[in-house]
Design a protein around this ligand. Structure first.
Ligand code: ATP
Ligand code: MG
Length: 510
């Protein structure tokens, strides 16, 4: 008989060895179930290991993001068509925190909050992705704002100058020119120097279309990324959009370049976040907004920064927009944003209807850091402008009460009215720094005193045209030196003297 000797202890040791080396690999592909879905929110169970802000996938490739991690279930937001998600659907983890494509490939494109193209110009191919929520640069990674970000709008560049890396709030009622002002600032950026990101949150499609066509018509769309979460998109997409757009802008900042981001607007963003929070049953506070709404917006706006040379020296400036109801800037969201940002440009209904456009209320508008970054040329003009304009407004308030005034008061009022007129600017026509200086200088030096108010806009247009055609060297000198030296002023005096005689010949009293 054939016989095999079996040693039980040998078998045990082999088994033991096998067990020891047997590694249990737990993948992140946990699969859960939708318990409840609707209004852009889904409650999910069966995802015990999911991370906060991790992307999850619903059927049909619809993405979601984990927001509320609870013991037995996870509250998620749906970043897509939520009407296609039902109770009982399977949901899978991805193991990745939400990220969006970034890079040069996005320039000139219109994308949604996930960076997917909306403009029908084909897919966006880029090797770079960034997290939607990232930490803002720390104090030591920054340096003080020291270069100005010119908007091309005389009143802003002179009175509430914005610096690169600054956050300046644009605040005003409905239809007071908020979007136009921000778009003008984008139009004024030289392609390649400052990259621009415009993010529309809860806007009408017609507004977005007109912004895109303005940028395209001026040939600056190639310098911009447009991120769109329309009013008809779900609240989660509107909530994500500014963060995603900020990541796209940060790409340029971190490569040592300059970027400008416009958030249009954060009131609608706050409303979208309130909707999500209420549906996720988070506790609500003032005006039913969740308690962390201040933190949400400060987290977003802290990402605007001027980086130190050691970090590449790049900058990201932000122009958040907030809408007020009947001029009430002390409401919850506006006051939050006023305290987070480095200043505000306050647009006023009454001025807008008086035709004073851009309708900036100079008294209520401030810029806390930009003044330091102003060019020497603009500083020289701005100091005088601010003083004369403040005196004029005070005098004008008195003048309404008394009929007869001294000659000097009358002169001051005349000059002030002309300065006010010069601060008006048509939309979509930003001016270069030398031209801004030349126009403001002319008004402050009294060269417009004899021009009737209705002719001032034309005087300004023709003065600019004359300077560009006959004395380009003056503009070139101001642009080069960024200063208004005594010799440049003399050249300006000569030039305006010649220009005024031309005007006299053409019949306009100067
Ligand atoms: P909404 O509250 O609807 O977002 P808004 O405050 O963004 O409005 P805009 O859409 O920018 O305002 O402008 C409102 C209207 O005012 C537009 O028709 C625009 O053409 C006009 N407008 C804005 N600025 C100027 C300007 N400087 N000169 C002339 N018209 C202007
Ligand atoms: Mg608008």
């Amino acid at each position: 008989m054939f016989r095999i000797d079996i040693d039980p202890s040998a078998i045990a040791s082999v088994l033991e060895e096998n067990l020891r080396n047997h590694a249990v690999e737990l993948g992140v592909d946990e699969v859960g179930n939708v318990l409840e879905a609707g209004d852009g929110i889904a409650l999910v169970d069966g995802l015990p290991g999911v991370m906060a802000e991790e992307m999850i996938v619903f059927p049909n490739g619809i993405f979601g993001m984990a927001m509320n991690l609870e013991r037995k279930q996870v509250g998620t937001i749906i970043l897509g068509d939520y009407s296609r998600i039902e109770q009982g659907d399977r949901v899978r983890r991805t193991g990745k925190v939400l990220q969006v494509p970034v890079g040069e490939a996005l320039l000139g494109r219109v994308v949604n909050a996930l960076g997917q193209p909306l403009d029908g110009r084909g897919p966006i191919v880029t090797p770079d992705y960034r997290l939607v929520e990232t930490d803002a640069p720390g104090i030591t990674d920054r340096e003080p704002v020291h270069r100005s970000l010119l908007t091309g709008l005389k009143s802003i560049d002179a009175m509430t100058a914005i610096g690169r890396g600054q956050r300046e709030l644009i605040i005003g009622d409905r239809q007071t020119g908020k979007t136009t002002l921000a778009v003008d600032a984008i139009l004024n950026q030289k392609p390649g120097d400052v990259r621009c990101v415009y993010v529309a949150i809860g806007q009408k499609m017609s507004t977005v279309a007109s912004v895109v066509s303005t940028l395209e018509a001026r040939g600056v769309l190639q310098n911009c990324i447009i991120v769109v979460a329309r009013a008809s998109d779900s609240a989660p997409l509107q909530y994500i959009a500014p963060f995603a757009a900020c990541s796209m802008a940060e790409y340029f900042r971190d490569k040592g370049g300059n970027a400008l981001i416009v958030y249009d607007d954060l009131s609608k963003h706050a409303v979208a976040y309130r909707q999500i929070s209420l549906l996720l049953r988070r506790p609500s506070g003032r005006e039913a907004f969740p308690g962390d709404i201040f933190y949400l917006h400060s987290r977003l706006l802290e990402r605007a920064a001027k980086l130190a040379p050691a970090k590449g020296g790049g900058s990201l400036s932000a122009l958040p927009i907030v809408e007020t109801q009947q001029g009430d800037y002390s409401a919850y969201i506006p006051t939050n944003l006023i305290s987070i940002t480095d200043g505000q440009i306050y647009l006023e209904n009454e001025l807008f209807y008086q035709g004073f456009r851009p309708a900036i209320n100079v008294g209520l508008s401030v810029s806390r850091v930009g003044g330091k970054a102003q060019t020497a040329a603009m500083k020289k003009v701005a100091i005088k402008l601010r003083l004369e304009f403040a005196q004029y407004r005070e005098l004008a308030a008195f003048a309404r009460l008394s009929a007869d005034m001294e000659k000097t008061t009358q002169d001051q009022l005349n000059r002030g009215a002309r300065i006010a007129e010069v601060l008006k600017q048509p939309q979509n026509s930003p001016l270069s720094l030398p031209l801004e200086i030349a126009v403001l200088w002319a008004a402050l030096r009294g060269h417009l005193d004899g021009v009737p108010i209705p002719d001032i806009a034309r005087f300004e247009r023709e003065w600019i045209r004359y300077l560009e055609a006959s004395h380009p060297e003056i503009g070139a000198e101001i642009a080069r030196s960024e200063d208004l030296t005594a010799s440049t002023e003399t050249s300006l005096e000569t030039a305006i003297g010649q220009f005024k005689t031309l005007f006299l010949v053409t019949g306009i009293p100067v």
